[in-house]
Ligand binder design. Structure first.
Ligand code: GUN
Length: 294
């Protein structure tokens, strides 16, 4: 069996087109333009590049966006005070603080002070708790994107055994909460494996759907999956590659080339989960504006 390739680029484009229609309708019917404010501290090149991608996506789907940039040595209070001000500014339906932050600023304090109804990252403890219960204001963007990839590629998780590799707060734990819910696009039997798991392969071999969010290159090998599995690879790992101008290439957490000969479907890296994350940020922001104007 050679796997169908689940293109995140394609699914993301489809969702962005839907969101563009929604923002146009919101404006025409209610005079509301969804607004996202991004707060960035310092000039970390990866953060600068991620934020640029978010700004571009906002422009594409019709979201008003603004980025506030602070220098690396800004004090914590300035950032927290600004977030309180933004919580109360009706122009912004979503607030995003680009992480990581410099060490002297507490990420917990920053996340805690954002109004959960504007927390389009879905990182606030209220949203984390509400996700587990099953009624979050927002789902975190990468796991929400994984759910959309599965459903829209015809691989509904209902009744399937989903095995998640990795227990991070940003991907592993929230995708577990999402897949567990008794709801459309979920209702799966869910198992999680992590660094404390004994005989990981005996568990991953049971997966109908395997979600790899480990953060290490190609650790999920073909002998660890069964024939006909659906694989979602969340990994974005840089490995040295002399044939590239940059000196590196991106690979996932799974051995794509070998697994694609065994799987029913698999996401590529890049072009799989990656393009979905920013798209779901747009989704959350448009939904926030809809809820605020309902
Ligand atoms: N830094 C890397 N990924 C993310 C993300 O999803 N949200 C925020 N706020 N910062 C990030």
């Amino acid at each position: 069996m050679t796997a169908e390739i689940i293109s995140g680029t394609q699914v993301a484009a489809e969702i962005r087109a839907e969101l563009k229609e929604k923002t146009a309708k919101l404006k025409a019917d209610k005079g509301v333009v969804p607004g996202l404010v991004i707060l960035r501290v310092g000039e970390d090149p990866a953060s600068v590049s991620y934020v640029k991608g978010k700004e571009k996506a906002c422009d594409e789907v019709g979201i008003y966006q603004e980025t506030i940039v602070y220098p690396d040595d800004v004090d914590e209070k300035t950032v927290l005070d600004k977030l309180v001000e933004l919580n109360n500014d009706p122009k912004y339906h979503g607030i995003l603080v680009q992480l990581p932050l410099p060490k002297h600023i507490s990420e917990d304090k920053v996340i805690d002070i954002i109004d959960p109804r504007k927390d389009v990252d879905g990182f606030h403890p209220v949203n984390v708790g509400k996700l587990l219960i099953g009624n979050p204001y927002f789902m975190p963007c990468t796991p929400a994107g994984i759910q959309q990839l599965l459903v829209r590629s015809g691989n509904d998780p209902a009744g399937k055994h989903v095995v998640i590799c990795g227990r991070s707060n940003i991907v592993g734990k929230p995708i577990l909460a999402i897949m567990l819910q008794k709801k459309d696009g979920a209702n799966a039997t869910v198992t999680m494996v992590h660094t404390g798991t004994k005989d990981t392969a005996s568990v991953t071999r049971q997966a109908d759907i395997l979600i790899a969010a480990v953060g290490r290159p190609k650790v999920i090998t073909a002998d660890m999956v069964k024939e006909g599995v659906v694989v979602i690879d969340v990994g974005v790992n840089r490995v040295p590659d002399d044939t590239k101008k940059s000196g590196f290439r991106l690979v996932g957490d799974t051995d794509f080339e070998a697994i694609k000969e065994k799987a029913k479907a698999i996401t590529p890296v890049p072009g799989g989960v990656g393009p979905m994350t920013i798209t779901m940020l747009m989704w959350n922001t448009v939904n926030a504006a809809e809820s605020a104007s309902a």
